[in-house]
Design a protein around this ligand. Structure first.
Ligand code: TXA
Ligand code: MG
Length: 341
């Protein structure tokens, strides 16, 4: 299959072309404010199955369904919890996915045997235009090969998906850079399953108590049943093994300096670039700029794959605000190999 790049900047039919491919049951790379997604008609099981094949995604990992208008949620979820309405009012359109009880129209290919479905109303205007033009809700996981870092530019998507999907709608680089926050409203208490652009502090300001799933902090074994199946897989990982060093940035930089041995990569804050003259250094933003870190982290992790490093050391922000999401992605890239200094 030839993957076509559709650029709305120089082709005014780009969105309609992408929408008609989706109507024909094809998969299209879709820009969102978080990361790029691999979108297909969420109500068409065969189309959704193509997403799993393109990604090499494990069959037990359900997909998020994207809508462009809040009222479409009632078609996907028979009983919308009141908390979902409160969260939607506060954070939609935006980087928040809510897990709610699913309706009968959701095919097995989307929910993978669960009785719930994740729903998100993205803020990116091209995502919303595409959903409206397709006329159906769109199932879309992140547009990376399973296990690789998520994609935040159309070029990243092409690199992973060339020849595997029909088209990519180019919306430029993603503004948030890490995937949406995932919260489940299908348990006794609301629980954060994946940190993202909407912070835990923001969720608590609306809902009061919000539990945090332990998968955020530790590696989950294959035998364990987790709330979000995606959380148990090795994720976001460059080819070389990564170790995270947490603590005061000055101290972590000095610790990493002492470990350097052989072709080494370092993922560090901008302030520490000069500490590692013999290494492949990828900076992912100032230590004081969490938004920049979120935007850059996947692109910088991907960059190591074009080098010959055999080992990667990474600095990492603390867990406050958006730091929780950035730190989670770096720890997952490291398979939770973390040193505290
Ligand atoms: O920002 C995002 O959320 C991006 C863009 C494209 O919207 N999408 C995305 O999808 O990150 P994906 O498939 O890469 O991650 C979805 C996560 C997975 O960890 C999956 O297991 C979990 O959400 N998930 C999806 N449906 C679920 C459900 N019904 N119950 C529990 N977890 C669910
Ligand atoms: Mg993903």
């Amino acid at each position: 299959m030839k993957t076509i790049m559709l650029s709305p900047q120089n082709d005014k039919n780009a969105v309609n072309t992408a929408a008609s491919l989706i109507k024909q049951g094809e998969v299209v790379g879709m820009p969102t404010e978080t990361v790029y997604g691999l979108a297909a008609n969420a109500l068409n099981g065969e189309a959704v199955a193509k997403i799993f094949r393109a990604k090499g995604r494990p069959q037990d990992n359900p997909l998020i369904v994207h809508i462009a208008d809040f009222d479409r949620i009632y078609e996907l979820c028979p009983a919308v919890p009141p908390q979902a309405k409160a969260l939607a009012k506060a954070f939609w359109p935006g980087p928040l996915t809510m897990i709610v009880p699913k309706g009968d129209c959701i095919p097995q290919e989307v929910s993978c045997g669960l009785d719930t479905v994740g729903i998100r109303l993205p803020a990116h205007p091209l995502a919303r235009d595409l959903i409206r033009a397709a006329g159906v809700p769109l199932a879309a996981p992140s547009a990376n090969t399973s296990g690789r870092p998520s994609t935040t530019t159309a070029e990243h998507v092409l690199r992973d998906m060339d020849g595997k999907i029909a088209a990519i709608l180019d919306g430029g680089p993603c503004g948030v850079g890490v995937e949406s926050t995932v919260i489940t409203l299908a348990l006794d208490k609301p629980r954060l399953l994946r940190p993202g652009g909407i912070t835990l502090e923001q969720l608590r300001a609306v809902l009061g108590e919000v539990e945090v799933d332990r998968a955020l902090y530790e590696k989950i074994g294959d035998e364990v049943r987790v709330s979000a199946p995606g959380m148990k897989y090795r994720h976001y990982a460059p080819k070389a093994p990564v170790t995270v060093v947490r603590g005061d940035p000055q101290r972590t930089a000095e610790y990493i300096q002492k470990q350097i041995n052989g072709p080494t990569g370092v993922l560090c804050f901008d302030e520490y670039r000069s500490y590692f003259p013999t290494c492949v250094v990828e900076c992912f933003g100032s230590q004081f700029d969490l938004a920049a870190q979120a935007r850059e982290v996947f692109d910088r992790l991907r960059a190591f794959d074009d080098t010959d490093v055999t080992r990667i050391w990474a600095q990492c922000p603390s867990d406050e605000g958006l730091g929780l999401a950035v730190a989670n992605r770096i720890k997952k890239a490291a398979g939770f190999s973390v040193v505290e200094v």
